[in-house]
Design a binder for this molecule. Sequence first.
Ligand code: CA
Length: 237
Amino acid sequence: MTRKVLVLEDEANIRSFVVINLKRAGYDAIEAGTGEEALALIQQNPDIQVALLDIMLPGEMDGFEVCRRIRAGNSQMGIIMLTARTQEMDKVSGLMTGADDYVTKPFTPLELLARVNSHLRRYSKYLSALKEDGNKDHIYTIGGLELNEDTVEVSVDGEPVKLTPMEFKIVQLLIKNPGRVFSADEIYERIWNEKAVNTDTIMVHVRNIREKIEIDPANPRYLKVVWGLGYKMEKMS
Ligand code: CA
């Protein structure tokens, strides 16, 4: 099966550079020059597994808005923002709108393909990896927080919560190890199965998770920061 990657980039030379490299690596690259075009293509190609989104775009929508709209209807697609080196805030804003990762321009084909490959590896393993524990119970709870590995659902006090795959993986890791502190590096390495690079993404994902699962994100009940060390899910009786 060909793996489809959406490339949203308005600069024709960057877009063709990305597309050529994706095709060379065996991907089916779908091209868009505006946010509107990208969303229409996603409608027509529900099997797109990863989207690469440039931020500054002509037209009504920027890359953040496109990301937000993709996430509103699809929590499984991998979203990688293509950010400019000078705009540090782009990374954080991108993750805040639901992106999984970012690549900073200018990037080499190797860097880009490494990110895309890790996402695809992760997605293809997504469901099977969730059940790797064999016959054990696949529902984990801490207080009112519940994670079901079979249905890939999370709820708080019975209310369903929509998490991105990356957010789900983080909650899954922490809830299965209650009370244990994980550093950002360790979370990254456990989830991506590779050496930590963009660990600042973990911080933002944690913040997004809190916004979704905590009643008072500033005073969290479940996902706690252990200053200087990392993160943990509180043990509760
Ligand atoms: Ca642009």
